[in-house]
Design a protein around this ligand. Structure first.
Ligand SMILES: Nc1ncnc2c1ncn2[C@@H]1O[C@H](COP(=O)(O)OP(=O)(O)OP(=O)(O)O)[C@@H](O)[C@H]1O
Length: 303
């Protein structure tokens, strides 16, 4: 059974429609990265799933259980940290954990959560003395209480130093191996790329792409790079051959559309250029996302 099913979700804030027929699902034990520019609708989706806001149309099912105004049962399977974590500041980290425990988490499990999120060294201090990163880690610890099947984390890496970011990444991978699913948004796309199994890309409140991580970064997003004895001439030859070329540090780059290599090599050879090096590099997540958003925004403009 899918742990989360979002179907044709629509949300309006007053006259403004923030979500249009958003549909996607999450399989058990997988990490789904929700990505898109500021204001795209990521937080609105997450808030709808955890019942923080009511949606207008569509449906949300958590572990097969419909989430409606009158039925919140599915939420017992969800741990979340949306926007900023909200621990009680006048309580210690440990007291917060005890408070948010619905009784199903044993003392031993709380200790394990504190260890996993590395809050044990400061969990007896009041949360008001915590840095943003410490609060963030406490927020994640709270989300792990009560045996969630699905974690919903909105920008959980905000405020974390590189070591804590690395540790959080390892923790999420460990949890997903244990069968826990994660729906995560982050502006740190490099970090996300290391853990996500799937991506859902949101732009202007719509899903513009849903893809497994491997094919999202697949060949049509790959760059081919040519180093030659005359960069300018190589650039002109490739542009004339119909490529959208760009010069990057004395190397000319084109996108691989499948048969670009042969066509480009022929163009460079015909121009009498000496090819010193050819390499293909995988576009990173950030570049793939930017390309996708540029295409989608162009489509919007021509509508
Ligand atoms: N409470 C609200 N009242 C009115 N409009 C809202 C409200 N919350 C969000 N919006 C609008 O809905 C749209 C989606 O916002 P949302 O916060 O979901 O985007 P986001 O993708 O999470 O962006 P960011 O990456 O900046 O957090 C935006 O246009 C935003 O201005």
């Amino acid at each position: 059974m899918k742990v989360l099913e979002v179907n044709n979700l629509n949300k309006k804030f007053g006259q403004k429609q923030a979500l249009f027929d958003v549909t996607f699902d999450v399989e058990p034990g997988t990490i789904l990265g929700l990505i898109g520019p500021n204001g795209a609708g990521k937080s609105t989706i997450m808030k709808s799933i955890v019942g923080l806001i009511d949606y207008n149309n569509g449906s949300i099912k958590i572990n097969g259980e419909s989430l409606t105004k009158n039925n919140r049962k599915g939420l017992k399977n969800v741990g979340s940290m949306i926007e900023s974590p909200a621990p009680y500041l006048s309580l210690t980290g440990y007291q917060n954990l005890k408070l948010f425990n619905d009784g199903s988490t044993t003392e031993g499990e709380i200790k394990e959560i504190m260890k996993d999120t590395q809050i044990d060294s400061f969990c007896n201090r009041k949360a008001k003395k915590y840095s943003l990163g410490m609060k963030q880690r406490l927020g994640i610890a709270i989300s792990l209480l009560n045996h969630p099947k699905l974690l919903i984390l909105d920008e959980p890496m905000n405020g974390l130093d590189p070591q804590s970011t690395h540790d959080l990444r390892d923790l999420l991978l460990k949890l997903s191996k244990r069968g826990i699913s994660v729906l995560i948004s982050s502006h740190l796309l490099d970090e996300l790329a290391r853990i996500a199994d799937y991506y859902v890309v949101i732009n202007h409140g719509r899903v513009v792409k849903e893809s497994d991580a491997k094919s999202f970064l697949s060949s049509d997003n790959q760059n081919i790079k040519f180093a030659t004895n005359d960069t300018e001439k190589a650039y002109n030859a490739l542009v004339q051959a119909g490529f959208e070329a760009k010069i990057n540090d004395k190397v000319v780059e084109i996108k691989d559309d499948g048969d670009a290599m042969n066509k480009a090599l022929a163009a460079l050879n015909n121009a009498g250029l000496e090819i010193q090096d050819v390499s293909k590099d995988k576009a990173d997540l950030e570049e793939s996302l930017l390309n996708l958003l540029t295409e989608d925004n162009k489509k919007e403009e021509t509508k």
